[in-house]
Write a protein that binds this ligand. Structure first.
Ligand SMILES: [Zn+2]
Ligand SMILES: [Zn+2]
Length: 344
């Protein structure tokens, strides 16, 4: 590869452009250079592209990807050029106290929030829609793709599939056969991945609330019961609830719909300083509330295992599979999941 490469830049609301940039090079012995082969649009990218998130351009966009290793440093263990890998969206060392506990999204050896595809505010690691990406801590960051899995199917495992997984899978492990409610509408694909993972993990019932007909139909196709309409105060009572609405009314609905001693996870980013929560109701039902980013690296292996078993099929949630060169247009598709691939 030459000294320059092409990457996709988010310029401003409604505008993406292919631009030239310096090709990344190894800057340490435990680093790798990966060529993205398939990349996905994260639900946060969707919000940014349509001007719903206060993150101004220009910056190189994209942080969900799988690819092929082009080059490795001398100290990289377990990987060599030609290997096909999933790259976590967050930068994590794999060796600090947080990483060892599985909290790879809060790695202590990188600045807070370090990740691909959000520009200088997250450390300028470059975007996933590029000809090459530099991966630090490569021996620990990279995850080998098991044989027999299509790259296009797992492009979103770096982030959104893991995000859906963490809202339901660990809780269904503790409470086998629990019922699940997903209050959707904000994080378009994460809500649907949560449905698919819940059903793959043995949920007895999955209810999916949304106002968008196409997403409701997709949730139903996956095996959920679709409930059409805005969030009421309470849908019912569920042991496991998910707020993927990114709306205070949706968050309150998920919290009030959680059974006593149940667990509610919110994947939405609430950009305002304060967001009301029904704390009195939560107190008396004694529920656990979890918010925060998914821990990408820690979740990738269990998710790949679920996919390898055939129980989880993330490709069912891909609503637009586009050719790599078409990314500037395809990324604006108004459907839950866009994946661009070099093989289409
Ligand atoms: Zn993301
Ligand atoms: Zn770490």
């Amino acid at each position: 590869m030459g000294n320059t490469m092409r990457h996709l830049v988010f310029v401003e609301k409604g505008r993406l452009e292919w631009r030239e940039a310096p090709t990344p090079t190894l800057q340490g012995d435990d680093e790798a250079i990966v060529r993205p082969l398939a990349a996905a649009r994260c639900d946060l990218d969707t919000a940014i592209l349509f001007g719903r998130a206060p993150i101004p351009g220009p910056f190189a966009i994209g942080h969900e990807f799988v690819g092929e290793i082009l080059e490795v440093g001398n100290a990289v263990r377990g990987f060599r050029p030609g290997d096909r890998v999933v790259v976590p969206f967050q930068i994590s060392c794999g060796e600090c106290g947080y990483c060892k506990r599985g909290f790879t999204g809060n790695c202590e050896n990188v600045p807070p929030g370090a990740m691909y595809g959000l520009g200088a505010s997250r450390g300028d690691w470059g975007g996933a829609m590029a000809d090459a990406v530099r991966v630090p801590f490569a021996s620990n960051m990279l995850v080998r793709i098991p044989d027999g899995i299509s790259l296009d199917a797992i492009a979103s495992v770096s982030d959104n599939v893991v995000d859906g997984w963490r809202t339901v899978a660990p809780h269904l492990h503790d409470l086998p056969g629990a019922d699940v409610l997903v209050v959707a509408g904000g994080a378009w694909s994460v809500g649907l991945y949560a449905v698919a993972v819940a059903l793959a993990s043995g949920a007895s019932k999955v209810d999916y609330l949304d106002t968008d007909r196409a997403r409701l139909d997709l949730a139903e196709k996956l095996g959920a019961r679709a409930i059409d309409g805005p969030p009421p105060k309470r849908v019912g009572r569920y042991a496991v609830t998910v707020d993927a609405s990114s709306e205070p009314t949706g968050l309150a609905c998920a919290l009030c719909s959680t059974k006593p001693e149940g667990i509610c996870t919110s994947v939405g980013i609430y950009f305002s300083e304060t967001t009301p929560v029904p704390l009195n109701e939560m107190f008396y039902s004694g529920i656990t509330f979890k918010t925060g980013r998914a821990h990408s690296r820690a979740g990738i292996e269990p998710v790949l295992k679920l996919i390898s078993s055939g129980k989880l099929r993330p490709e069912l949630i891909t609503t637009r599979l586009a050719a790599w060169d078409d990314a500037p247009e395809a990324m604006f598709d108004v459907s839950p999941k866009v994946i661009v691939t070099r093989t289409a």
